[in-house]
Design a protein. Sequence first.
Length: 274
Amino acid sequence: MHHSLVILGSGYTAKFFLPLAQNHYSHIFATSRDPDRHLSHLRPDQRIRFDLARPDTWQEVPTSADVLWCFPAVPTELVQRFAEAASLRTRRLVVLGSTSAYGGSASAEYPPPWIDETASVDLTKPRVQGEELLRSSYDAVLLRVAGIYGPGRNPVDWIKTRRAKNSRKYVNLIHVEDLAVTCLAALAHGEPGSVYNVSDGDPRTWMEICKMVEQRWDIRAADSQDADSPGKRVSNKRLCELLKLYDGGLRCRDLFETIELMHQNSLNEATPSR
């Protein structure tokens, strides 16, 4: 059992991460700009008011705890000031970034080429600047996370509400439970200053996903006007190597099987017990 951990920006992912982390840390703290409202599921002594834009709240963050950084690392100036004030260089630090750091594919090749952690990133994006600052100057383990799905974030609902549309664009996804395990693996075994792509390793086109959803639940997707975008195909080979050191591997590799299970669980929850 490790000492203590603080989750900076406790939201959707943290709800799945916390139960796992309790088996590995003796003390866990979580932050929010409004902790009494957003962190009511935690004991009062675990809740911390923290706002990167308010330096007067920085001193509330425990000084010796490991850190899981869950919100976009912007603006860069404040990220650096906080990192210095909180002595992040001396701690175990894991930062949740995004695969959007790689930008769009400039290749005319289709399917698009695989992207691994050696690919260039778009440093014109403020969030990418902040993530790279924490990685290169404060030895953060940077997790570039694909689209997160899971309970309450179902791709079927994205299609219903037209957030996702029928196209040949590739999408990379990761189930929130696998992301939670990855966060623990990175805290325990991640190489300081390194990058890991966090994806299930099986990119799908929205056309494939929409076809499956229509066949199984008669939900028809809207057609996308973004027909020329190939999307990305993100390699997760390095992630799989990390997870072997921790607990073996990803649990939700098959997107269609997982969506089917999520749908069944939602039906069971909606059916009153007798």
